[in-house]
Design a protein around this ligand. Sequence first.
Ligand SMILES: Cc1cc2nc3c(=O)[nH]c(=O)nc-3n(C[C@H](O)[C@H](O)[C@H](O)COP(=O)(O)OP(=O)(O)OC[C@H]3O[C@@H](n4cnc5c(N)ncnc54)[C@H](O)[C@@H]3O)c2cc1C
Length: 330
Amino acid sequence: MGNVVHDVIIIGAGPAGLGAALYTSRDRLKTLMLEKFMPGGQIINTDRIENYPGIEQIGGPGLIERMQKQVESFGAEIKTGCEVTKLERLKDGSIAVYCDKDKFSARVVILAPGSGYRNLGIPGEEKFRGAGVSYCGTCDAPFFKGKQVVAVGGGNTAVEETLHLAKFADKVTMIHRRDEFRAAKVLVEELLKKVNEPNSNLIIKYSTVATAIEGEGKVQSVKLKNVKTGQEEDYPCEGVFIFIGMVPNTGFLKDFVELTDRGFIKCDCAYLRTNVPGVFVAGDCRIGAAMQLATAVADGVIAAMMLKQYFRDKNWWNEPVSDLLQPGGW
Ligand SMILES: Cc1cc2nc3c(=O)[nH]c(=O)nc-3n(C[C@H](O)[C@H](O)[C@H](O)COP(=O)(O)OP(=O)(O)OC[C@H]3O[C@@H](n4cnc5c(N)ncnc54)[C@H](O)[C@@H]3O)c2cc1C
């Protein structure tokens, strides 16, 4: 591997990538992060995080600024405006990573390109993002305490998140485009039990879609349409939660690592190894991800720890590695 400049290339400078870079750069591994836009990932879109352990409240940009400074202080290099389009195993065993005009190479790669929430694509959705429109009940439900909200979706996550919302909001209206649920039976039973409780704060509108989100400066109502009757109504609410799935940013990886049907990167979830030796994965882009800030960071840390074992097995790392990090069988 004579010409390899970097020990590790990390694709994506979101929380998972930054978590990984902190550990690799602090271990004196030459670390390069390649980021399509700017450091931060999804979390820079929120100004209030309340569930990152040890920090009562912080804005996404503030937290990311600290993370970025920390990794750079240990020598990690972050290249922004660099969208990775292709990866390739080279003859000498290193991995080539291609951006627009540039080509980089490293001994190992950590994939951390994240995911995006699937959008409804209706008028008002973009405008009120962060001002009443949310995609994460676990993150934002407490901000809607005592308010009326609408939850759109009908899958497992939608049902779980709607039940969570009902613990905070005054009234939750679930909008489901079909006339029955396809979510897991046990979840649907729990949902219907809650709906049928006396004075329940949860109602379901079946065969209904949201067609627009409206308001002045913040969400005040959502336009609903019954897909069977065509009847439309303006439905008052202060929040619209959209739970219609995630889309992983993994299109560029389909010829390089194994993906699930939905595009999530397959891995052994304990060690975060992909099917390609020397290629690890971290964060929201992987199968089974919890889609949270803390778990994305934790994934980055795990991937960074695991690659040390890989380095040791290749005789690239002379220091001892904890016996706990002994998956073997690379
Ligand atoms: C509005 C909002 C609020 C949230 N609030 C909370 C909260 O309060 N608490 C919480 O726990 N979680 C919250 N989340 C979820 C949290 O942000 C994510 O779980 C977390 O950011 C996932 O981190 P990640 O690094 O895996 O992916 P991402 O954050 O998605 O970062 C991936 C990075 O990779 C880059 N990238 C993608 N493709 C490429 C490519 N081909 N080449 C180079 N770079 C690429 C992207 O530009 C991005 O910067 C929120 C999410 C959103 C959208």
